[in-house]
Design a protein around this ligand. Structure first.
Ligand SMILES: [Zn+2]
Ligand SMILES: [Zn+2]
Length: 177
């Protein structure tokens, strides 16, 4: 079966014939779907979707998967990950009353899968991606990547918030001598 590049899918064959269905394998880009440290990689959204005619319109079910480009919140290293989501959404037929205002709608004889995929995968974007659960992050003092090696900062280094006071103290001591 050929893969669909567009996210606008015709439902002409099944609309109004409850019980009929078709399978739609999707591979498509989903542009601009991103958070502060995560974004969906270009051309990476894949889904085997089933579109089934029901009395109110069509029901779309399946498991969209996307590859994410992430930045570690601790060490800032770029890394990749896959996320999957589950969809089970009604697209309401023209002239049929929607169960709620936000319901997806059939436009003529087509459904546009993009808003649904955007909504579903948008929820899977991590706010705080970590490259590995053992990531040691960056040194708060010198910025060295502690996954790569240690730095020369002492363990008892002062809290950076006190640095101006420490400088003042050093200066006063200098003036006294
Ligand atoms: Zn990391
Ligand atoms: Zn350091």
């Amino acid at each position: 079966m050929s893969r669909v590049q567009s996210l606008k899918i015709s439902v002409a064959q099944i609309l109004g014939r409850p019980g009929t269905q078709k399978e739609i394998p999707v591979v498509a880009p989903l542009e601009g779907l991103q958070g502060p440290l995560a974004r969906v990689a270009p051309e990476s959204v894949r889904a085997e979707l089933r579109v089934e005619a029901v009395v109110e319109g069509v029901l779309v079910t399946g498991r969209p998967v996307a590859t994410l480009e992430l930045e570690c919140a601790r060490c800032l290293k770029p890394f990749g990950a896959e996320v999957a989501s589950e969809v089970c959404e009604l697209f309401v037929a023209p002239g049929t009353e929607a169960p709620d205002e936000d319901a997806y709608r059939i436009d003529g004889l087509e459904i546009d899968l993009e808003p649904m995929l955007r909504d579903a995968l948008g929820l899977e974007l991590p706010l705080n991606p970590i490259c590995s659960k053992d990531c040691k992050g960056l040194c708060a003092h010198c910025g060295a990547d502690l996954n790569v090696g240690t730095c020369d900062c002492r363990d008892d280094a002062t809290d950076p918030r006190w640095a101006p006071l420490e400088e003042l103290k050093a200066k006063l001591q200098e003036e006294r001598t």
